[in-house]
Design a protein around this ligand. Structure first.
Ligand SMILES: [Ca+2]
Length: 394
């Protein structure tokens, strides 16, 4: 663990530069170990999220609206029946999937998705459903949360799901590209919400008793949050959110706090105007870390496995524009260094497997699930990712 703490930034830059220009390097040098990458599955259309079932198979979502089971050998099932209708435009579609902590008894899975409204509007929604015994479909589908209001934009649905140890569900929401509503407690845009597992509001939510505020809100002033994970030691929620041009943020959302968008940011508007001067304010919550240029974070996990010794205690974050997994070493709750694990493809989600391997989903029309394990020094890397399709920036 100690070597994590002093991971030099200079090394991170070297590692990133070493894979530029599509070099034929097949093995990724890393401070702690070498990474072997193999393709577990391919032929997925913009896979957005993965989660493991207790039997070692994986559920995966495809943004156009499909949910599949991935066998241990990588075989893809037919799409499961019963998935809610999704708004599959722009960044919208079927988004996160999370296997309930009590799945072995309940067979429940949770889905987040862009739900169509009237007049071409859409909004993030969360449904839970029971997976049939033969795993071919969903039944008893219940919508337990709807982001309000629905708006006429196809960007920034956010939408990661994270179960806490005390039986709550965090849902991270985008600001739907609307700026000021992220500061307004009367709507859910640009917030993290905290729910009971049936969608009801926990009584101890920070705004549960405030007139005019949405009682589901946990924290606000966020931009677009597509990465979230529960810290394995503290049980706290961590997120990574997309900044504008610059200023992606790693945050640790605390109850009732304001994370600043669009009042302050380490980034700038796409037209070049600075948002922040200064980039933070004492009355607003600060970041754990920020990235300029951006990594476009999507998908996040704290590594607790045995395969990558030097990664234990780090958080692994998928990078769309980074085309890498970004490993952030932490010292307590503080940033202590980072390195890139380049995958030459937009990384939409990152997951730790029951075997301690790391899995990455690539955001491509012919998307893949990659499996990362440590390789002996000098070993070849299989299934090196090819070129990626263009897609929306985030
Ligand atoms: Ca912020």
């Amino acid at each position: 663990m100690r070597r994590d703490l002093a991971l030099p930034l200079a090394f991170a830059m070297t590692a990133a530069a070493g894979t530029a220009q599509g070099q034929q390097e097949r093995t990724m040098p890393s401070e702690t170990t070498q990474v072997r990458t193999e393709t577990l599955a391919r032929g997925l259309e913009h896979p957005w999220a993965m989660d493991f079932l207790p039997d070692g198979r994986m559920l995966v979502t495809e943004r156009p609206g499909r949910l599949r089971v991935v066998g241990k050998d990588g075989e893809l099932s037919e799409p499961l029946a019963g998935v809610p209708k999704v708004f599959a435009e722009g960044q919208g579609g079927l988004l996160d999937v999370a296997v309930a902590p009590d799945f072995a008894q309940s067979r429940q899975v949770y889905l987040s998705y862009a739900e169509p409204g009237g007049n071409r509007t859409a909004g993030t929604a969360v449904a839970r459903a029971r997976m049939t015994a033969d795993a071919t479909g969903l039944e008893n589908v219940e919508v337990i949360f709807r982001q309000t209001p629905k708006v006429d934009d196809s960007k920034h649905f956010g939408s990661r799901l994270a179960f806490t140890r005390d039986g709550r569900l965090f849902v991270t929401l985008g600001e739907r590209f609307k700026f000021d509503p992220a500061q307004d407690l009367a709507d859910h845009l640009g917030t993290v919400v905290r729910l009971n597992l049936d969608g009801s509001v926990p009584e101890d939510n920070p705004f549960a008793q405030r007139d005019g505020a949405r009682p589901e809100i946990w924290s606000y002033g966020h931009r677009n949050i597509e990465a979230a994970a529960i810290h394995p030691r503290t049980g706290a929620l961590w997120i990574a959110e997309m900044g504008p041009k610059g200023g992606d943020e790693l945050n640790r959302p605390e109850a009732g706090k304001n994370y600043g968008w669009p009042l302050v940011s380490h980034g700038e508007h796409y037209d070049g105007r600075n948002i922040p001067d200064p980039s933070t304010r004492p009355d607003l919550a600060g970041v754990v870390h920020q990235w300029t240029p951006v990594i476009s974070p999507s998908g996040m996990v704290f590594y607790t496995g045995d395969l990558f010794d030097g990664w234990r205690g780090s958080t692994l974050i998928g990078g769309l524009s980074a085309k890498a997994i970004v490993r952030v070493a932490l010292e307590g709750d503080r940033f202590a260094g980072e390195e890139r694990i380049p995958l030459n493809a937009r990384v939409r989600d990152v997951l730790q497997g029951p075997d301690g391997a790391v899995y990455a989903a690539t955001d491509e029309a012919n998307g893949r699930i990659l499996r990362l394990t440590p390789a002996a020094r000098g070993a070849a890397r299989e299934g090196a990712p090819g070129r990626t399709e263009g897609a929306a920036a985030d």
